[in-house]
Write a protein that binds this ligand. Structure first.
Ligand code: SF4
Ligand code: SF4
Length: 248
């Protein structure tokens, strides 16, 4: 098993209609330092430490510590943010601490403005974006019937079959309570396989992700996106490494 992403926090400062976060059926809290210190000891997919799941990472009070520890461990730390709290001063501090990539979700006009500021200030920093032109219903976890978007992918019970990257590569998500989830689609923690603080590194590495749970039946991701995921992670790791090598 390797970590695909970990949830720094399950608290968010927005409440987007197309996101299961506001109706989360588990505690909304920041990952504790104790759990984070354990998480960072385990292997990550392509050494990329994605610090998001269902929450806004910039709300975490220990974010600089998290970035520093990831860098010390040789991990490429970054996260997806709605950018509401992001300023260039905060970005400077994060980059000094070890941030090596970032993803801006365009939920607001402010996010689009911040995106332009970031690429002006750090031309070498890998900056991913998430557009609202394409949204999905999180394998049926959200009613998106009243959401406005150019392309909406709604799930159906016959969404096809096939392994996804989580099954093929034995990947997982660590939520803010330290639970090991089978998938990044799982908002409510229904695919919990174990808890990271109860495991040794060897036990974790030997774990398999064979869990086909009810979301898998309605999932639009499946095998079609596996190649894209490899390309994304491989390219991101290379660019993040180049960015970290730059003199500060
Ligand atoms: S989409 Fe992102 S910003 Fe919007 S509620 Fe979900 S976690 Fe928060
Ligand atoms: S819900 Fe989709 S992405 Fe998640 S484990 Fe199942 S098939 Fe894979």
């Amino acid at each position: 098993m390797r970590i695909y992403q970990f949830e720094i926090t399950s608290i968010c400062n927005l409440g987007c209609d197309y996101c299961p976060q506001k109706a989360l059926r588990r505690p909304k809290l920041h990952m504790s330092r104790e759990i984070f210190d354990r998480v960072v000891e385990f292997p990550f997919f392509f050494n990329i430490a994605c610090g998001h799941h269902f929450g806004e990472p910039l709300l975490h009070p220990d974010l600089l510590y998290i970035a520093e520890r990831c860098r010390e461990k040789g991990l490429f730390f970054g996260f997806s943010t709605n950018a509401e709290l992001l300023t260039m001063d905060i970005l400077d501090d994060l980059v000094k601490a070890g941030l090596s990539w970032i993803k801006i979700s365009f939920h607001t006009e402010r996010a689009e403005r911040i995106y332009r500021e970031i690429i002006d200030r750090y031309p070498m920093l890998p900056v991913l974006t998430s557009e609202l032109d394409y949204i999905h219903d999180w394998a049926g976890q959200v009613d998106v019937s009243r959401v406005h978007s150019k392309h909406i992918y709604s799930s159906s019970e016959d969404s096809g079959s096939g392994d996804c990257i989580f099954h093929v590569e034995d990947l997982c998500v660590i939520d803010s309570e330290g639970r090991i989830l089978a998938c990044c689609m799982d908002a409510h923690g229904v695919s919990t396989m174990a808890t990271i603080t109860d495991m040794t590194e060897v036990e974790f590495m030997n774990m398999k992700n064979n869990l086909y749970f009810h979301l898998c039946r309605r999932c639009h991701i499946k095998a079609a996106e596996i190649k894209g995921e490899y390309n994304l992670f491989e390219t991101l790791a290379k660019k993040a490494e180049d960015f970290l090598m730059q003199p500060r």
